[in-house]
Design a protein around this ligand. Sequence first.
Ligand code: ZN
Length: 186
Amino acid sequence: MAVVAAACGGRAHPETAPAPAAATAAGAFDERTYLRLRMLMVPVAGVRPEQVHDSYAEARSGGRVHHAVDILAPRGTAVLAADEGRVLRLRRNTLGGITIYAVDPADRYVYYYAHLERYASALTEGAVVAKGQVIGYVGTTGDAPANTPHLHFQIMRRPNAARWWDGDPVDPTPYFALPGRATFGG
Ligand SMILES: [Zn+2]
């Protein structure tokens, strides 16, 4: 990782630039560089970065904007941790169905995984996860169409501990660096 950081030298990569909202008021923290260096894995087994359709800005029901990506895969395909870190919450909700909220090692971002068929066995809140660890399985819980199993994956800036579900979204598509491949677990 240190070699990669040195090679990049902090230069801008406009070809992978996300929405302008990435700039922070503080200015000192470079979100694009940070997320690029996370080397995020596509969180579905067998899916490569270039296969992820960027549906971040698409409209959804009720006047909402998607602010996430949908990664289609057969029901039961392993869902993988996109980054190392830990499990923040395991929750069930109307839209997302069976979901996981996880955080990166520095607690800057929340990774949200939704529409799961089920969790990986023994997954618990607070558990440390490795990148590529099997954390669940693709399904259609929540408002996902029954005939279109997929993982709804979202990255949010973590606002503060009390509102862990409500951070500003970031388009994950430019930051997928590794193909989905299970390291262990399940
Ligand atoms: Zn979605």
